[in-house]
Design a protein around this ligand. Sequence first.
Ligand SMILES: Cc1ncc(COP(=O)(O)O)c(C=O)c1O
Length: 385
Amino acid sequence: MKNFSNIIIETIKKVVGKGSHNLHEPLFSGNEIKYLKKTIKTNFVSSIGLFVNKFENKIKKFTKSRYCISVVNCTEALYLSLVASGVKSGDEVLVPSITFVGTANAIVHSAAIPHFVDSEFETLGIDPIKLEKYLQKITVKKGVNYFNKKTKRRISAIIPVHIFGNICKIEKLLKIAKKYNLIVIEDAAEALGSFYKKKHAGTFGLIGCISFNGNKIITTGGGGAIITNNNFLAQKIRHLSTTAKINHKYEYIHDTVGYNLRMPNINAALGCAQMENLNKFLRSKRKLFLKYCSKFSENTNIKIIKNPINSKSNNWLNTIFIENLSAKIKKQILNKAHKNKIYLRPVWRPMHQLSHFRSMPRMNLDQANIIYASCINLPSSSFYF
Ligand SMILES: Cc1ncc(COP(=O)(O)O)c(C=O)c1O
């Protein structure tokens, strides 16, 4: 393990070249400025405007989902999805401990309780085998619902997350969700352009949520989208996201407490231009992934996380897994890489290790701890090839 830092830095340089490399940067090489100018010239910069509808249509077409509602970010997309789909205050929502904090925050914002579950090593998503055994042990059925025997709370939903664009074991998770009557909200924040058996991420569950933050495969500056095939939910979410305002020529009438979460037109303009280049970004990212695979294959101690079986990943972030990596060596690798202006990042600190989530229910999370200890993300922008 002595020269690990050098091996990793040199291998990365062979792939992306010398110089400074951020983890993920946006690429604006198309109609971005033209469309932004158009929003300013027409004064339509806020939540009403042609680009919002256009952007939603582009997302619908690409993901083959019936409805799309664009919002200000994916955290709020998850929040609205939880509220609209019937997750109630005090319910428990199953969520992987290995995820971005926004996933767990959205659950708390909706007054539900995150219940942390473990992840597996192939996809870095929820481990369905471990989950099923766990639910069998800890739940009791009352009517159509399943309750946590210990906390007495209803377990009403699950949020499978497609980590770094890798499709999680979604088929198995859907079966478990059906058995335990769980609402499935997919966190596809990182997975625009990822498919499992030719079906797009976020279209397996009741609702899927996508992020267009500046570090994602396409960006709207900040932004998110909710995709679903459920007409009732789509109407409800659209209504809630626009202050629950009843359509009227001039009156302001609202029929419930709504939210102001719609994506502004100026952001959607950026998104429209970015969507025009999505396939180009996907091709570039695929080449980068294959190059990393080939260069890192020369070292048997370092494994690249591959596209899960039957899936085509968007390869949003490339991840290396180093077995038995100590915290000390990991820190050395990250520090040395940063000194060399290669801005590697660890996986997020698992949610159960964050102080404000310590009291939340959880299963045994040994694998999540190993994933956190062993994985490092590599520079993965779309402009290398
Ligand atoms: C897995 C995951 N979930 C949720 C989010 C939240 O998205 P946003 O930043 O658009 O709120 C992100 C990322 O940013 C993410 O990576």
